[in-house]
Ligand binder design. Structure first.
Ligand code: SDX
Length: 442
């Protein structure tokens, strides 16, 4: 059966029939089953068959696309990238390998990995004229504002990789984005300090390069901590992709109009910035600092539960996970490892976060709503331990998520069913009414 809606009673098993109780009319729609996860009702013919739209603010039950990149089972707390559990990738893989997996669907052979890493490494420099571009920002600009601005402008510097109909140009643009984000991010940080930019080095790994560009100065050699490099690489893996989250959906929607890849990624960065999404890691640290001590936890938990108070427990809850976010568990493990290896015995923020988690997970309000720590709850504590300033937390999330955005963007461009995204609405405004001349008003 195609994706045509069927009227009447000829309803096959892989379908669902809707009865309009007002008219008694029956319309049947195909039900599609993916390789795993919930089935979907194919409603592409709904309006033609019923003159009605669906209504689903926030897309809580809406599949926007077909994808084979990432699978999440929110009930079981499972996250797979191209079928591989995030726990295995975090333990056995590295970020460059995960980038290859997300882009191409398979783990690379040793030679494929060497070729890919070399290609990314040799795209880490940015156009020298970006020095002048960044000078246009105030020194106290939030680094996410700089990321939005610079990435959005990249098409002006790399116009030779903006023809989205050309698979080669799409690949070049994808590699450029993955490779250049750490350089742009580190430069945004250096700019805020008034320190000279540090250029990428081809003898360093992706994580080492980012650390070096962030913290080295021209005045002396900078020794990169293997512990910090390993922790950062794992953090990048844990943030790489996450199905159709808000920023990825933003990238897909922007890309559906044919916009160039740099503009689409800039749109994703803007969406990620929000405190309900990637901005939560910065908000968690600010919240923990505001709580200050365990004896104030109850006060903040009560605020989070108060329906009249807009305050939410940052780093808690998730649209999809109604169980522990597997990334939060891995991040908590990394917290302990990194703090121990760095000799940070009792990080008060980690103690506070763990006590907050314990109290919240025993509280009926959170239990009833199945609110658990998400990826942002512990990440800020590691970022702080490895020297990343709070204002750079979401920037680091954007650096990691860029590979997810470009992988999903490529999948969208190559999807034969792809159309420009154009949702409809439930209109509740005025019905048509006559214009009132100015002289007759008021
Ligand atoms: C990310 O989508 C992704 O995959 C995102 C992400 C990714 O990798 O891309 O995983 C990254 O964005 C993680 C989420 C980071 N955000 C935060 O930590 C901010 C705090 N969390 C919330 O704002 C909220 O939980 C969301 C935005 C994450 C999810 O919101 P939903 O799914 O729209 O849930 P909801 O607002 O409908 O909440 C359901 C109920 C409500 O209570 P009732 O109206 O039923 O009484 O739970 C309550 C909410 O008030 N609630 C919270 C809460 N989160 C939800 N109450 C207190 N504190 C919270 N954190």
């Amino acid at each position: 059966m195609g994706n045509d809606a069927i009227r009447g009673d000829t309803a096959p098993e892989d379908s669902i029939t809707i009865v309009n109780n007002a008219s008694g009319a029956k319309v049947t729609f195909p039900v599609l089953q993916g390789s795993c996860g919930p089935k979907v009702i194919d409603i592409r013919r709904l309006y033609g068959a019923t003159d009605m739209f669906t209504y689903d603010p926030g897309f809580t039950a809406t599949g926007s696309c077909e994808s084979s990149i990432t699978f999440i089972d929110g009930e079981a707390g499972v996250l797979l990238h191209r079928g591989y559990p995030i726990e295995d990738l975090a333990k056995h893989s590295d970020f460059m390998e995960v980038c290859y997996l997300l882009l191409y669907g398979e783990l690379p052979t040793p030679s494929e990995k060497d070729t890919f890493v070399h290609a990314i490494t040799y795209h880490t420099m940015v156009h020298e004229q970006l020095h002048k571009f960044i000078d246009g920002f105030r020194r106290d600009a939030h680094p996410m504002a700089i990321m939005c601005g610079i990435v959005g402008a990249l098409s002006a510097f790399y116009h030779d990789s903006t023809d989205i109909s050309d698979p080669y140009q799409r690949m070049v643009a994808s590699y450029r984005m993955i490779a250049k984000m750490p350089t742009i991010a580190a430069w945004a940080f250096k700019y805020s300090l008034g320190q000279p930019f540090i250029y990428p080095r081809n003898d360093l790994t992706y994580a080492e390069n980012f650390i070096h560009m962030m913290f080295a100065t021209p005045c002396e050699d900078y020794e990169i901590s293997p512990t910090i490099a390993r922790a950062l690489d794992r953090i990048l893996i844990l943030h790489a992709d996450h199905e159709q989250n808000a920023s990825t959906s933003t990238v897909r929607l922007a890309g559906s109009s044919g916009a160039n890849p740099f503009a689409c990624i800039a749109a994703g960065i803007a969406s990620l910035w929000g405190p309900a999404h990637g901005g939560a890691n910065e908000a968690v640290l600010n919240m923990l600092n505001e709580i200050g001590s365990p004896n104030r936890i109850a006060e903040f938990v009560d605020k989070a539960k108060d329906p009249e108070d807009p305050f939410r427990l940052m780093g808690f809850g998730h649209r999809v996970y109604k169980n522990f976010d597997p990334r939060a568990r891995l991040m908590r493990e990394s917290c302990h490892e990194v703090l121990n290896e760095l000799g940070v015995d009792n990080e008060p923020l980690l103690e506070l976060a763990m006590e907050l988690e314990r109290i919240a997970l025993e509280d009926e309000y959170f239990v009833e709503r199945r609110l658990y720590p998400n990826v942002d709850f512990y990440s800020g504590i590691i970022f702080k331990a490895i020297g990343i300033p709070v204002s750079m937390f979401t920037v680091l999330f954007a650096v990691a998520r860029t590979v997810g955005w470009v992988a999903q963007w490529n999948e969208m461009v190559e999807d034969p069913n792809q159309k420009i995204g154009r949702p409809r609405q439930l209109y509740t405004g005025y019905e048509q009414r006559p214009y009132v001349p100015l002289a007759e008003r008021g």
